[in-house]
Design a protein around this ligand. Structure first.
Ligand code: GDP
Ligand code: MN
Length: 380
């Protein structure tokens, strides 16, 4: 689960990190009032779960409250990478001297919380990482001991020459680690970590993603979820307990098990098609889940054919077949559906499906080829 900048900033503040004040506005008038109360010189910042807001025009400096209002009218309602902006953060403009990058994330390679820092922070950090990796320092933290003081210092020392700045950054890096751990985060990032001309180090942007598996024991963090700013299909999937990731293709995939779902997507590509999504319906044959899965898949206008790929282990194929028949009788689906079932009770399942008029298969290759063919025919 992603947090908005203003939410991540609140958590950073609670950990002691120096973060300029800020308030959220949902209308241009509100933005103007807040800007006036901050003296007029503010930054108006889109609150969306997407990087690169600055480049997309979602971060604008204003020198007066009236200008802040104009910026807020332009930014509110703006579309940034498919997400609509409903809120803007109004925060006093800082006089920036330098911009650094400080982030910590769970890294698969080191299997540990891993810091990444660079003195070349700001909006082009991805480019820095790709083109000049020597400008980046990394450190894997042993979670048994946490981030040790000398490690925080070693990271901060890579950012600045001035001992006073290093001292401030050392503290901020340690506080960032505390905030990361206590929030159950998988990623926490300050970009940019600025120095002001007055010699202060501050976090003026904040990003945090929470590990979904940590939410059940952190109701205060779970309460920060903003469903209005995630794609509706993802909200629906979460509520129905399905793992869903939208992709750009046209073959809707409905599979039980994450591994089989990945293999199915690979096979769709192998046969010249393009998967529209990853969707794991889990071990359940509950028709409600199948209905939810089909509603989610068909809510994507790109989907041209629907492919079920079910392996019946503990799940019984006949249960799933009944679930599919019931689900498709409850909702009207225009796209052709092809189904492959194999495993426990597959003969019964195939019988049920054939009787209901479905194209049923046991071969994975055959069903994927058919799904790709149908999608191509519908797209032509
Ligand atoms: P992002 O593009 O979504 O990462 O948004 P940021 O909050 O990181 O802002 C992008 C850039 O806008 C920063 O790297 C700064 O260069 C600039 N910026 C943001 N806030 C301020 C500010 O208070 N004062 C000044 N002068 N520039 C700012
Ligand atoms: Mn940023």
């Amino acid at each position: 689960m992603d947090l908005h900048e203003y939410q991540a900033k609140e958590r950073f503040r609670a950990a002691g990190i120096p973060v300029p004040p800020g308030e959220v506005a949902t209308t241009p008038n509100q933005a103007e009032k807040l800007a006036a109360s901050m003296g007029g010189k503010v930054v108006v910042k889109a609150q969306v779960h997407s990087g690169g807001r600055g480049k997309a025009g979602g971060v604008k400096l204003a020198s007066t409250a009236a200008e802040a209002k104009t910026h807020a009218s332009a930014i509110l309602g703006m579309d940034i990478k498919g997400l609509t902006v409903h809120q803007v953060l109004i925060t006093p403009a800082e006089d920036i001297d330098t911009e650094a990058y400080v982030g910590v994330l769970i890294d698969r390679a080191t299997q540990a919380p891993t810091f990444i820092v660079s003195a070349a922070g700001g909006i082009d950090i991805e480019q820095v990482a790709a083109e000049t990796p020597n400008k980046i320092r990394k450190l894997a933290v042993d979670p048994r001991y946490g981030l040790l003081p000398h490690q925080a210092y070693w990271l901060a020392d890579f950012l600045y020459d001035d001992p006073e700045l290093i001292e401030q950054a050392t503290k901020i890096i340690a506080q960032l680690y505390d905030s990361f751990v206590s929030s159950g985060a998988s990623m926490a990032e300050i970009n940019p970590l600025i120095t002001t001309r007055g010699g202060e180090v501050k976090a003026i942007d904040a990003k945090m993603s929470i590990d979904d598996s940590e939410l059940f024991r952190r109701p205060d963090v779970a309460a920060l979820r903003d469903s209005s700013s995630e794609p509706p299909a993802e909200t629906r999937a979460r509520e129905a307990n399905l793992s869903y990731v939208k992709l750009d293709g046209d073959v809707g995939c409905c599979v039980n098990g994450a591994g089989l779902a990945m293999a199915t997507m690979d096979l769709v590509k192998y046969h010249g098609g393009d998967p529209a999504n990853f969707l794991d319906i889990g071990g359940s044959s509950n028709p409600d889940k199948v209905v939810a899965a089909l509603e989610i898949i068909t809510s994507d206008p790109n989907v041209k054919s629907i492919l079920f790929n079910i392996f019946g282990g503990i799940t019984r194929c006949d249960d799933v077949a009944n679930g599919i028949v019931e689900a498709t009788s409850r909702i009207d689906i225009k796209q052709p559906i092809v189904i492959r079932l194999t495993g426990t009770n597959e003969e019964v399942a195939l019988e049920i499906l054939k009787e209901a008029g479905f194209a049923a298969y046991t071969s994975m290759d055959a069903v994927v080829e058919e799904a790709v063919k149908l999608a191509k025919a519908a797209g032509a």
